[in-house]
Design a protein around this ligand. Structure first.
Ligand code: FAD
Length: 280
């Protein structure tokens, strides 16, 4: 089965982590030929320098285009304009445009309130140079007043000029299918690419899920919890769950797949292999 793939990395904290990440990127590039590697970006300045360095290294050395994430909360228009110009000069053609979350202790939201304003600003400043991805939430964003409001806000990002969307991870395929159906009814016609999170550590996954509003279904939480410290069994079970999810997403017509790699090659490679994905 051939389907377009993308892989997400976070900026490593050390030189050792950076060289390890380039090894991971090379391995994924060789085996999966992804369309792009995306690199996360901490809102309000927390990881900016490391994000820039990672984007530059990937774009220069991996043979696969880099797509920087750009979160706007806490930023000025001038600051974002300078970053866009720098990326354009580096030959970057794709950006994942986000609001981000204001780091604790930081009060000033800056010039942007929502990701839709960032998308509009990118179009105004850089025209159509960048392909813009935005975030989508099949289980709805934790701060949304309700599902209907969240869908309306998602549409605002599309109307502002987004070309595609990547979803928050989910383990309930029904949530994704219904979200895509609702978007179709609202004449949203951009590809909505499922974000896939491999399962390799229960505590970390439960913490992430609680923070970002992704639902870990009760049956899955209970199963993972029961493995306790038996990591090999937890990983084997988690792998089966995610392979099945991935295969169903492909069978149901997902336009592409985006992997949250957590800077590891093997879990993503094993899922792709067992879900029958071959490089495009
Ligand atoms: P928005 O689309 O602006 O939405 C945020 C909230 O505001 C939603 O509840 C929405 O309903 C509401 N809203 C939007 N517009 C309006 C309006 N006009 N009036 C009232 N309410 C409104 N975070 C990072 O810091 N760095 C990253 O690199 C990063 N990468 C991510 C990648 C993906 C694929 C995903 C799914 C998330 C990522 N995040 C990242 C997390 C993201 O920044 C947070 O989820 C953040 O809380 C929301 O960002 P957003 O772009 O979805 O915001």
């Amino acid at each position: 089965m051939s389907i377009a793939l993308s892989c997400e990395f976070f900026p490593p904290k050390s030189d050792e982590g950076a060289s390890k990440l380039m090894g991971v990127a090379e391995q994924l590039a060789r085996s999966l030929a992804p369309e792009y590697f995306s690199v996360t970006y901490g809102a309000g300045g927390s990881t900016q320098e490391r994000s820039f360095a990672t984007v530059t290294a990937i774009q220069r050395d991996s043979g696969i285009p880099a797509a920087p994430h750009l979160s706007c909360i806490g930023s000025t228009r001038e600051g974002i304009a300078a970053i866009l110009d720098d990326y354009q000069a580096q030959g970057i053609r794709r950006i994942v445009a986000l609001r981000g979350d204001l780091p604790s202790g930081m009060r000033d939201p800056g010039d942007f309130r929502f990701a839709s304003e960032l998308v509009a600003f990118i179009r105004q400043h850089s025209g159509h140079h960048f392909h813009i991805e935005v975030a989508a939430y099949p289980e709805f964003h934790p701060q949304a007043a309700n599902a209907e409001a969240d869908l309306r806000h998602f549409k605002q990002k599309v109307d502002a000029g987004a070309d595609g969307a990547i979803t928050q991870y989910f383990y309930s395929i029904e949530a994704y299918s219904r979200f895509v159906d609702d978007c179709e009814k609202m004449q949203i016609d951009i590809p909505i690419v499922p974000g896939i999170m491999p399962i390799s550590n229960y505590t970390q996954l439960a913490r992430f899920s609680d923070a970002c509003g992704a639902d870990l279904p009760r049956w899955l939480r209970k199963r993972l919890e029961a493995f306790g410290d038996d990591l090999p069994s937890l990983r084997a079970f988690g792998h089966d769950v995610v392979v099945e999810l991935t295969a169903r997403l492909i069978a149901e017509g997902a336009p592409a797949l985006h992997f949250y790699t957590m800077n590891q090659a093997e879990p993503t490679l094993a899922i792709c292999r067992d879900a029958g994905i071959v490089p495009t």
